[in-house]
Design a protein around this ligand. Structure first.
Ligand code: AMP
Length: 541
């Protein structure tokens, strides 16, 4: 028997229509690529999105076409997303921090047909265009006055192009299961793989993200997504903010401590989100300039494990609640958020920080298990770690073009490639990437736990742990560190600091000092490069 309720497809243009109706004057503020702070509203975003959809359709782009964006977080980028989706197209975010050859590879794999770009990336686009045959048009997100000289064909300035449309356009009639967005994984191992979001998965993910025990945001919030739209959809905030009518503050290309502080302060931001490195820069700026954060209430930190010191500083020194979160491009991207349950009421100090080190619980819409290598489910005891697997309506069911099929099993579980344990309260903690876990004497050592501990040493700026071959134990941990400027900690001093805080057999066999630790385009430690760098290293003795 069918329910007798209306068919109301979960499509993304309903989000921007809702925002324009219910919150027409709520602002979207951007640090423009040209320099000044510029302002629009949700009504303005919807109007420009309509024009974009109209122009794309008029120029022969078809539903399902992949339209790339190579852009910072700005109001224009948001308009481009909704315009592309509203025409039935698929916005395809490109990460400018990848090598040009990698970007070209990704664009060819996706067969991108047009590209929206910021001025910043014009030199890059000039390199890319000749090697991407499917590309027919370049839209430079600026006005006529700022248009650069270029020899490329079919290039228009965004503002002039929009003037050609009146916005009298009906959104494309696409079903909720139609593709609307695309993002490639960073490809730290093997080629990047394409994740193809649907309207339905984006809408459900946006609702999930806003829930009180997830990000817990609403129309009164002023939200600054520092996390780029090209990194896993700015963690869904491009859809969540208009859905709830929050004011958006977009940082453009400037993500240094001073620029972010300026926006937090002048726009009275209440909620923000980014990877730990951004917060390290901000905290340093605040400390050096004796600044406070009177308006900020919550900060979501994810993309990499959040060091305890960051959580502690935000909460103790600035009164800002930290929500540690975990997710992946393949999950739209939110997988878990570390907010407290009733049983934690009254917890403070170290007891609270201990929980906040965990990546948190799965919101409704994410199912999570840990299994051993044979697929047998492991207990939720907070210590038995294994492969972390997930499923849900905003989790990929396969990669574009059928790559990486081995990560999806017949019961619908997606193997995240992360290693984790889950405690009896449902709090998951990542202990490693499955490729990075150190297998010593048949037992596993968590490289992340060692890294988190080591960076607590006052003289260390960054730490990474890799497993290297060992005759007796198979593999043993090597701690690679970068000292803080002006500090010269010794090997013994660092190991003594770690002693007693971990099992004896987890202690790194040696400490290597480097000037810099290699990072991926999304800011994660590049363990593959580090392992190559230390391929000829031998442990003492
Ligand atoms: P990406 O798809 O680029 O967002 O990368 C996803 C991967 O980043 C995950 O599979 C994890 O390995 C890692 N990651 C994300 N958030 C966290 C976190 N809070 N703690 C530890 N690792 C994380």
């Amino acid at each position: 028997m069918h329910g007798l309720m209306q068919e109301w497809p979960l499509v993304c243009h309903k989000i921007i229509d809702h925002a324009a109706r219910q919150h027409p004057n709520r602002e979207v503020v951007s640090r423009s690529v040209e320099g000044p702070i510029v302002r629009t509203t949700y009504a303005g975003v919807r109007d420009n999105a309509r024009k974009i959809a109209q122009l794309l359709a008029r120029e022969g782009f078809q539903p399902g076409d992949r339209i790339a964006t190579l852009a910072w977080n700005t109001g224009r980028h948001l308009e481009a997303w909704f315009g592309i989706m509203g025409m039935g197209g698929v916005y395809h975010t490109l990460n400018p921090r990848l090598f040009p050859e990698q970007i070209a590879w990704i664009m060819n794999h996706a067969s991108d047909r047009a590209i929206f770009t910021d001025l910043t990336f014009m030199p890059l686009v000039e390199k890319l265009v000749p090697s991407v045959e499917s590309l027919r048009k370049v839209i430079v997100m600026t006005d006529a006055a700022h248009m650069p000289e270029t020899a490329l064909p079919n290039v228009v300035s965004y503002e002039e192009w929009l003037d050609e449309a009146d916005g009298d356009f009906e959104w494309a009639d696409v079903g909720e299961d139609a593709a609307c967005g695309m993002c490639y994984t960073s490809g730290t191992t093997g080629d990047p793989k394409g994740v193809l979001y649907s309207h339905r998965s984006n809408v459900l993910h946006a609702m999930m993200a806003a829930m009180p025990d997830a990000m817990g945001v609403g129309s009164k919030d002023v939200i600054l997504p520092v996390v780029p739209m090209f990194h896993a959809n700015a963690w869904g905030l491009g859809q969540t903010c208009p859905m709830i009518g929050a004011k958006m503050v977009m940082p453009g290309g400037k993500m240094d401590g001073e620029s972010i502080y300026e926006l937090l302060d002048t726009e009275k931001v209440t909620f923000t989100a980014a990877v730990p490195t951004v917060w390290l820069m901000l905290l340093q700026y605040l400390e050096q300039n004796d600044k406070k954060l009177p308006y900020l209430k919550k900060v979501v930190i994810g993309g990499a494990a959040c060091p305890r010191a960051i959580t502690e500083k935000f909460e103790k020194n600035y009164g800002v609640e930290v929500i540690h979160a975990w997710g992946m491009t393949e999950m739209s991207p939110l997988g878990s958020l570390c907010t407290m349950k009733p049983q934690h009421a009254g917890k403070t100090g170290d007891a609270l920080l201990d929980i906040k080190q965990k990546q948190g619980t799965a919101p409704f819409g994410v199912e999570m298990i840990v299994t051993d290598d044979d697929g047998k489910e492991l207990p939720w005891d907070g210590k038995t770690f294994g492969r972390l697997k997930v499923r849900g309506p905003a989790v990929a069911s396969s990669y574009y073009g059928g790559d990486g099929a081995e990560q999806f099993d017949e019961d619908g579980w997606f193997d995240t490639g992360d290693v984790a344990h889950i405690d009896p309260d449902g709090y998951m903690q990542i202990t490693d990437r499955s490729k990075d876990v150190i297998k010593s004497g048949g037992e596993w050592i968590s490289s992340i736990e060692l890294e988190n501990l080591a960076v607590g040493h006052r003289d260390l700026a960054e730490a990474a742990v890799i497993g290297l071959p060992h005759e007796k134990w198979g593999e043993r941990p090597l701690l690679v560190v970068v000292a803080r400027e002006g500090c010269a900690p010794s090997r013994d001093d660092i190991l003594a600091f770690m002693d007693g805080k971990i099992a004896k057999w987890w202690m790194p066999d040696d400490v290597a000092f480097v000037d810099e630790i290699p990072h991926t385009a999304t800011g994660k430690i590049k363990k593959t490069a580090l392992r190559e760098q230390f391929a000829h290293y031998r442990f003492p003795g």
